[in-house]
Write a protein that binds this ligand. Structure first.
Ligand code: SAH
Length: 343
């Protein structure tokens, strides 16, 4: 690559900030939903989005340039297939989450954290760790759980297909958020008794969500608490989905040991996480790993050998791994004594 091409490539990479911000703003304003029914002029769109027409036009120009919108000869904006992905649903929620100030603002502190990792960029910016911050800010918490949930819904269906829960009696979802996985499980496995365990403010929100689904609510016991002080026991299976990656090895080990202690002899610890791949390729898990650094400090995306070692220290063994959806795996761990074979 010539020097000029390298410079252009770097400038292109740096422009990612503006593109991300433009997409997040489009999601916030609901532009895609307005254009989904019919193409509109900038003036019509400005009225519907309560926006200033001239400023909106500048945003729309960038969205056209990035291939989300197209402008026709009658000055009407159309959604492209790419732009349609920003209609109400999982990617719009994700775009709003990525652009939300509480998530965006910590990133400039990344360099400082890399030099001194004793405090996460999130903590440097907001003065408290991620989950304490969410406990105190309802709006941020509901956006956080909505973003996590959109993906969790799809992963929950894949989890029910990937593992046979029918021999189990009692499953505890540790850090289970709003109960999305357990809701899916109760529908697929009517005999299963489920326990949702999370921080008190999250459980409060989960109670409201679950009470809106009356056929589900009585089947899910909700328990509020701090998982570093203990976990509900006993269980035939503990589910840890996107929880361990928030924590350093010391905390992850405490959690796994608590699960091991509460597990029935023939039980399972079910871990759902992305696996970090060897090498330095550009992959989504490496980017998520950086997100964990910025948000959680000690949390990181682990490789399979790293999981295996951690499980071993907790008296568990990796029994099998299965792909759920792109990049996300189910790891089935069992107490050391009864693991029949190793993955
Ligand atoms: N398992 C869910 C949520 C993952 S996000 C999913 O995959 O969608 C991590 C979860 O861990 C959050 O719901 C958070 O509230 C919970 N959590 C964090 N610290 C906790 C603690 N000390 N005790 C209990 N839950 C905790």
């Amino acid at each position: 690559m010539s020097e000029q091409e390298s410079q252009e490539q770097l400038l292109h990479l740096l422009s990612g900030k503006w593109v991300t911000a433009a997409i997040a703003a489009a999601a916030e304003l609901g532009i895609a939903d307005q254009l989904a029914a019919l193409p509109l002029t900038a003036a019509e769109l400005a009225t519907r989005c309560k926006a200033d027409e001239r400023a909106l036009k500048r945003l729309l120009r960038v969205l056209c340039g990035e291939g989300l919108l197209e402008l026709d000869e009658n000055a009407r904006y159309h959604l492209t297939e790419l732009g349609r992905q920003l209609c109400d649903g999982e990617l719009r929620t994700l775009a709003r989450f990525v652009g939300a100030p509480f998530m965006w603002n910590p990133w400039p502190a990344l360099a400082a954290q890399v030099q001194d990792p004793s405090r996460s960029a999130f903590e440097r910016t907001h003065g408290s760790a991620l989950f304490e911050y969410l406990d105190a800010d309802r709006h941020a918490a509901s956006l956080y759980h909505a973003a996590a949930d959109e993906f969790t819904r799809r992963q929950a269906r894949a989890l029910c297909d990937a593992f046979d829960f029918s021999p189990l009696e009692r499953i505890v979802d540790i850090g289970g958020g709003l109960g999305t996985v357990l809701t899916e499980l109760t529908q697929r496995y009517p005999a299963l008794r489920c326990v949702l365990y999370d921080r008190p403010p999250v459980i409060e929100q989960a109670r409201r969500v679950l009470s809106a689904a009356p056929h589900v609510e009585p089947r899910i016991e909700v328990v509020a608490g701090d998982f570093f002080s203990g976990v509900p026991a006993p269980a035939d299976a503990y589910l840890l989905k996107h929880v361990l990656h928030n924590w350093d090895d010391e905390h992850a080990l405490r959690l796994l040991r608590a699960c091991r202690a509460g597990l029935r002899a023939d039980g399972y610890v079910l871990i759902v996480e992305s696996l970090r791949l060897p090498g330095n390729v550009r992959d989504a898990t490496a980017l998520m790993d950086l997100e964990m650094l910025v948000l959680c400090g000690g949390g990181y995306e682990r490789s399979k050998p790293e999981f295996r070692r951690l499980l071993g220290q907790a008296g568990l063994r990796l029994h099998a791994t299965r792909v759920l959806v792109a990049g996300v795996r189910l790891m089935v761990a069992t107490p050391r004594a009864h693991a029949a074979s190793e993955a």
